[in-house]
Design a protein around this ligand. Sequence first.
Ligand code: NAD
Length: 496
Amino acid sequence: MSTVQLETIDHQIGGRATHGASTRTAPVYDPATGHEQRRVLLGEAEDVDAAVQAAKAAFESWSDTSVTRRARVMFAFRELIVQHTDELARIISAEHGKTFDDAKGEVIRGMEVVEFACGVAELTKGEFSDQVSTDVDLHSFRQPLGVCAGITPFNFPIMVPLWMHPMAIATGNTFVLKPSERDPSVSNFIADLYKQAGLPDGVFNVVHGDKVAVDALLDHPDVAAISFVGSTPIAKYIHERASAAGKRVQALGGAKNHAIVMPDADLDFAANHLTAAGFGSAGQRCMAISVAVAVGDAADELVEKLRAKAVAIKVGPGLEPDSEMGPVVTGAARDRIVDYIGRGEGDVVVDGRELDIEGEGFWVGPTLIDNVTTDMSVYTDEIFGPVLGVVRVDTLDEAIDLINRNTYANGVAIFTASGQAARTFQRKIQVGMIGVNVPIPVPMAFYSFGGWKQSLFGDHHIHGPEGIKFYTRAKVVTTRWPESLDAAHMHFPTAT
Ligand code: NAD
């Protein structure tokens, strides 16, 4: 029997592909077939140190590079993403499993952050106050932090890193990315695009790996800031450990996103959008809707419409043109999802375990569970699969209370024809990102993205204006150019 040598995915450090000190590897699967297609290196602390040293060495000249030139690299990088959109989407689909069109959407939403970062000159302008005291002026400006690191999840292998590194790099920092080990290839492609765009070696580095590489980044004395996106327990851990090491941290966690459906809503519209938001990307989106909260009379008709749409979804390999939903990312993810469906909680209206599809791919079909209550694990836990629960309540106030009691607070939506209900909802709901008749309210790149409560640890949301703040720090300068030598007074200075 002959064994096929699988390609190994290298680190990208200082502008070069390298194995470094790594000897451990992890499998990267094709989720549609269940077969291992390549292996990825799992970095050691020495590899992290090599990447941080490369980034540290590059920081001196990159942070001194004019803001205009930094912006030009971003413009060139953006053009390369446009040119390679389809290729990037294919790489993502092949390792994540999501459909090609969904992957393309991810590329475009990520590219919008690059477009925002192209405006770095405008975004980092300081303030100036003339004559704050006699012959005294005051100005402020912002400077980069140094070496910044990003640790990212599997579910958006290009978009989530793009929430981070263009913002960090445009503002003059250098960057080490530790992408998810489940779908790592696209990050190396991005490193190549940055090189083609003229970014100097060492400004953007990729170290692949698991907890070993992550911990080495969290503890490294030369890393100034950590951006993390992933599950809540790991986000909390990252925030605590990196903060204790004196770093600036933004750590975005998991989600259990609700959508309220009011009796006055257009139920066809709501069911269409809930289907897309619940089952798109096989439910593996941090802004997926996993709970529909049906108010009053809406419930029976809504459940019937959702059922009809769920069974009609075409499930198949992400790279087949007519697939609407692909597999989930790993066999372990499939087993976990299937376990939740089988717990006998609520009434299973559509059972994803019954999906009939050939092969050993990581398949689980759209699943709809009615009469879910807040004590059930299918309600309390982030399942992160194509499982949509329906909770029934009598009033809008009850729906708002229920959502506000949930520990997650990433995204939320309301479907209604009433402006008053929508206004009450957006004022009372304790969630970071809100949609009104919009099921996945992911803010545009020129706003910032972030949840509340257990969905975000740290003070800054990601990208947009808060991203600029996160990756820079302010200086305030008080200036006097005296014409004569004034006597200095011993009292605390006040304006004269
Ligand atoms: P994950 O938390 O398992 O992994 C995220 C990253 O952390 C990966 O790079 C992984 O290698 C690393 N990691 C995993 N375990 C670790 C450990 N014990 N110590 C140190 N590092 C560790 O998340 P995932 O399964 O890749 O992604 C799905 C999760 O991400 C979901 O919970 C989803 O809601 C969340 N997510 C949140 C957002 C958001 O914006 N809030 C966006 C995307 C995904």
